[in-house]
Design a protein around this ligand. Structure first.
Ligand SMILES: NC(=O)c1ccc[n+]([C@@H]2O[C@H](COP(=O)([O-])OP(=O)(O)OC[C@H]3O[C@@H](n4cnc5c(N)ncnc54)[C@H](O)[C@@H]3O)[C@@H](O)[C@H]2O)c1
Length: 356
């Protein structure tokens, strides 16, 4: 049988790819975790809606959830499957275990009004037993100290850490500590696939590419899910506003006046978010250009493609120990990455490096 050069190369490429399963411990069994678990089940038989069906040879069928943690006493002790409303599918039997908390828990977080936690050592031991490749931090906005504690616990337990929240965990110092153990820390603050920040950055990038100079802009986000409610606490709102505003600024070749952040919780929006944009720019002879529009998206699904893409890329990076690639993954996946890149550049770099 004649094997063509292309088939040989494809075969070699496949062998270079990572074939191991990726095991996850999910922390915070809210909207995003539940959506991820549903997605892992759905994408056993489909690729509809996936941004990148294969990353470094890995598909969504390569993910397994080995542990789940929360502090809401109405969730702790329950099977994750039982928290997925309106579905008849079997999502396996992962029992939600108590997490840790270093913050005051706002009353809206626990449906029963009570929290259930474990000690730091109990939590680390539980992680050691479950042995996940990645601990995925999906806890409520505003639980900053808990987020930092989870990163430390992941390191102590010998797991890599993925931080979707705005807690500051992926610093130069923590990165070194993780890498010295052959592990990775990825963060901070997930940038959704087509959410308020990514769309805002895309619009500025397009203006700049057409020689249009942005002068002033705002992005006002209104949402109706629990995380929007968590973001409304003044300190959290301010912190997240700063991260979004900084993330957007990189796209413009000149400084411009901007504000971007969550302004309101409106329960009637449910798990959706509306971003209202206004932009003022200048063209030839300073001619004015004004843009006024809104974008409505589903919140929990919007982050999932980015999570599954970047964790698969991270798994490959961990296997090759080429830790410099983390900068590409972080710029692709987070609003506050280790090194900022233009949105167009980071997608190109990510696809060139990891998509096959
Ligand atoms: N598109 C997106 O959905 C998106 C984008 C960017 C960032 N994020 C971030 O991802 C995180 C999760 O979002 P979500 O919509 O699932 O939130 P959610 O409010 O639906 O769920 C958060 C869960 O975390 C639990 N929790 C709170 N403190 C905890 C602790 N110390 N230990 C363990 N569990 C704890 C809560 O009980 C709740 O079950 C948020 O921080 C959010 O800002 C989401």
């Amino acid at each position: 049988m004649h094997i063509t050069r292309k088939e040989l190369n494809d075969d070699r490429q496949e062998k270079n790819n990572v074939s191991d399963k990726i095991s996850l411990a999910l922390i915070g069994i809210g909207n995003v975790s539940i959506t991820l678990v549903k997605g892992f089940e759905f994408y056993k038989n489909s690729t509809d809606g996936l941004w990148h069906p294969k990353i470094s040879g890995l598909t969504l069928g390569d993910f397994t959830v080995v542990a789940a943690y929360d502090i809401d006493s109405s969730k702790v002790g329950k099977n994750v499957s039982s928290l997925i409303k309106g579905s008849k599918s079997d999502f396996g039997s992962i029992i939600v275990q108590p997490g840790i908390s270093d913050d005051v828990t706002p009353s809206h977080i626990s449906q029963s009004g009570q929290v259930k936690t474990s000690s730091y050592d109990e939590f680390v031991n539980s992680l050691k037993k479950a042995k996940p490749d990645f601990v995925v931090n999906l806890i409520s906005s505003g639980m900053e100290k808990s987020g930092e504690k989870y990163a430390k616990a992941a390191l102590d337990a010998g797991c890599s850490f993925f931080n979707a929240t705005s807690a500051k965990t992926a610093t130069e110092q923590t990165r070194k500590a993780f890498e010295s153990k052959g592990l990775l820390i990825l963060g901070d603050d997930l940038m959704s696939q087509f959410g308020g920040t990514a769309f805002h950055r895309g619009m500025i990038d397009f203006m700049a590419s057409r020689g249009i100079l942005l002068q002033k802009a705002y992005q006002l986000d209104v949402g109706g899910n629990q995380d929007t409610q968590s973001t409304m606490a003044e300190e959290t709102r301010e912190r997240k506003r700063q991260i979004k505003t900084d993330s957007i600024a990189i796209e413009s070749p000149i400084p411009f006046k901007s504000t971007a952040g969550t302004t309101e919780y409106a329960e009637q929006l449910g798990d959706s978010r509306v971003s209202y944009y206004w932009m003022e720019a200048k063209g030839f002879l300073d001619s004015p250009i004004e843009l006024d529009l809104s974008l409505r998206t589903n919140d929990s699904t919007n982050g999932c493609n980015v999570i599954v893409d970047s964790i698969r890329a991270a798994k490959k990076t961990m296997a090759s120990k080429d830790f410099a690639k983390i900068d590409i993954i972080s710029a692709y996946a987070f609003k506050s990455p280790s090194k900022k890149m233009h949105i167009r550049e980071c997608i190109e770099a990510f696809e060139q490096t990891f998509v096959n």
